[in-house]
Design a protein around this ligand. Structure first.
Ligand code: SIN
Length: 185
């Protein structure tokens, strides 16, 4: 049986595993927020970066990309790979993915999604809400083994625009990071 993985962050622009189909869509009652700390990819324990997680938000939708993995062997490789890549995300949820705003039945049922919960007891890296200025300053400062945190933000901004999604939280942060960087020059 095929499985689907729904990506709403770096997975939109880079799956990193073999898949058979990619479907742009959204999930309901969640919003994308730069509240997760990253000490392994886009930051360090001293200067944690910020990456996106999902926050429950009744009535809101979050756009992303879903990947269908058909072959058993590809599934095993993908899940092992994602287990490492998403290891600072403490929860796996199974969500319905929609492609049409007016649809009542999902295009995909039970797509796997990685979430970083706000429970500091199980998710020690969770950073939580802060002002746009504060989050942007952290992003400017942070860099980890995968690269600068700002690159993560800009790649996400671009990937979202490519799928036709205007995410105010992401755009505001990207604009603020660009403002800070232009001041630094
Ligand atoms: C995702 O992309 O779905 C998870 C968060 C990330 O890896 O950026």
């Amino acid at each position: 049986m095929a499985i689907w993985v729904f990506g709403y962050g770096s997975l939109i622009s880079k799956a990193g595993f073999n898949y058979d189909e990619r479907l742009v869509g959204f999930i309901k009652d969640y919003r994308r927020v730069f509240y997760q700390g990253s000490t392994d990819h886009r930051g360090t324990p001293e200067f944690p970066g910020r990456t996106v997680t999902l926050e429950p938000a009744q009535g809101e939708i979050c756009w992303g990309a879903a990947y269908k993995i058909t072959k058993k062997e590809d599934q095993e490789i993908a899940l092992t790979y994602l287990g490492v890549r998403e290891k600072q995300y403490d929860r796996k949820e199974y969500v319905d993915v929609f492609t049409e705003l007016t649809a009542t039945t999902p295009a995909i049922s039970g797509a796997l999604v990685y979430i970083a919960s706000p429970d500091k007891k199980v998710n020690v890296n969770y950073l939580g809400p802060a002002s746009v200025e504060e989050i942007a300053r952290q992003i400017v400062q942070a860099e980890g083994p995968t690269g600068p945190n700002r690159e993560y933000l800009f790649l996400l901004e671009k990937a979202l625009l490519q799928i036709g999604c205007q995410d105010k939280h992401v755009i505001d942060l990207a604009n603020e990071v660009r403002r800070i960087l232009s001041e630094e020059q």
